[in-house]
Ligand binder design. Structure first.
Ligand code: TXA
Ligand code: MG
Length: 351
């Protein structure tokens, strides 16, 4: 399949290209497009065959359900059985934006989209290009992250081309995405909302609104043997080719010393090693191969760069990525969730 790759600025939308992309989606084809979180791989959410094509293009297990994207509040009604009070509060506060809500699905939504579950995940993105595309398509658009299954999610079109060129009909290059980590997935079927996947909207944001919020205990990597409620969380994920190891410590100086000690040991064994550093620790790693992921005082900068840096380490052909851990406040909870999954839970504490 020849993939059309086309550039478009969110401030200068090209209606002809969007018409064409909308038509591809309506006819069962696949279009990758930017959202405010990561690039999505879109297909018609009401078409079982389109769902099949999404799973095939990504190499994704078909029991891992897709998120359905809508552009207008009224588009929700046909897709769900009912809309709870808590769901209404979430929608009013965070849509459009990086928040996905789990609803009981209506009969209109094929089982192929929800991996056989009787619930469906829905979000209204805030990216102008994503919204315009969904409106043009005039159908709900199922869109997982536009990466090969298991790899870090794409935050620039180049990543999508690397993973999906020749496997999808069109890739719209709208530049960098914003948050850089995926949407927060929330289940409001119980009394208190529960975060099934941390993301762009933080636990603190939800707590402020509801007074309290639960986080699926199964997300605490390795500490729980119950299955996560969000099927996607059970897979090793976001992984670059290299093996990721996370380091934590109470002091940045000791953290850097511990990381360098491990680095030297791996190099002695003949491995290529890279360090994922922060602006605050960069100076400790002079003479070591390191990339700065962002600034600890502005965690949003780390979220925006995380997946990009993991892919850059692959280009450097390192065997091991030694990454600095963060506290789990605010957006850091999402960053550490992705990092721990990339590391398969490997975490070393430096005393
Ligand atoms: O930011 C995002 O959410 C991006 C952009 C493209 O919108 N999309 C995304 O989709 O991250 P994906 O498919 O890579 O991740 C969807 C997550 C998975 O962890 C999946 O298990 C969960 O949402 N999910 C989908 N439907 C669900 C359901 N009915 N119940 C529980 N979890 C669900
Ligand atoms: Mg994904």
């Amino acid at each position: 399949m020849k993939t059309i790759v086309t550039k478009m600025e969110e401030t200068n939308l090209d209606n002809d290209v969007l018409d064409k992309a909308g038509e591809i989606l309506r006819n069962g084809g696949l279009v990758a497009f930017p959202t405010e979180t990561v690039y999505g791989l879109g297909g018609n959410a009401l078409d079982e065959e389109a769902a099949g094509r999404i799973y095939e293009a990504k190499g994704r297990p078909s029991d891992n359900p897709l998120i359905v994207h809508i552009a207008k509040f009224k588009d929700l009604v046909a897709l769900v059985e009912d809309i709870s009070e808590n769901a209404k509060i979430l929608m009013a506060n965070f849509w459009p934006g990086p928040l996905t809500i789990i609803f009981k699905k209506s009969k209109l939504v094929p089982d192929a989209i929800t991996g056989g579950l009787d619930t469906v995940a829905i979000r209204m993105p805030s990216h102008p290009l994503a919204l315009a595309l969904i409106e043009k398509a005039n159908i709900p658009v199922a869109a997982p992250s536009a990466n090969t299954s298991g790899k870090p999610s794409p935050t620039i079109a180049k990543h999508v081309v690397e993973d999906l060129d020749g496997r999808v009909d069109m890739i719209i290059d709208g530049g960098d995405t914003g948050f850089g980590v995926e949407s927060t997935v929330v289940d409001v079927s119980g009394e208190e909302p529960m975060i099934l996947r941390p993301g762009g909207i933080t636990a603190e944001d939800l707590k402020e609104l509801f007074g309290s919020v639960n986080i699926d205990p199964a997300l605490d990597y390795g500490k729980s043997d119950v299955a996560p409620k969000s099927p996607g969380q059970k897979y090793k994920h976001y992984s670059p080719k290299a093996e990721v190891v996370i380091f934590e410590s109470d002091s940045l100086e000791r953290l850097a010393a511990g990381i360098k000690e491990k680095y030297d040991a791996y190099v002695d064994d003949g491995y290529n090693v890279g360090i994922m550093a922060t602006e605050e620790t960069e100076e400790y790693y002079e003479g070591y191969c390191s990339l700065v992921v962002g600034n600890r005082a502005e965690p949003i900068s780390i979220a925006a760069n995380l997946f990009k840096k993991l892919r850059e380490f692959d280009e450097l052909n390192v065997d091991f990525i030694l990454a600095e851990g963060l506290d789990e406040l605010g957006i850091n909870l999402a960053i550490m969730n992705r990092l721990k999954k990339a590391a398969g839970g490997k975490l070393i504490f430096i005393d």
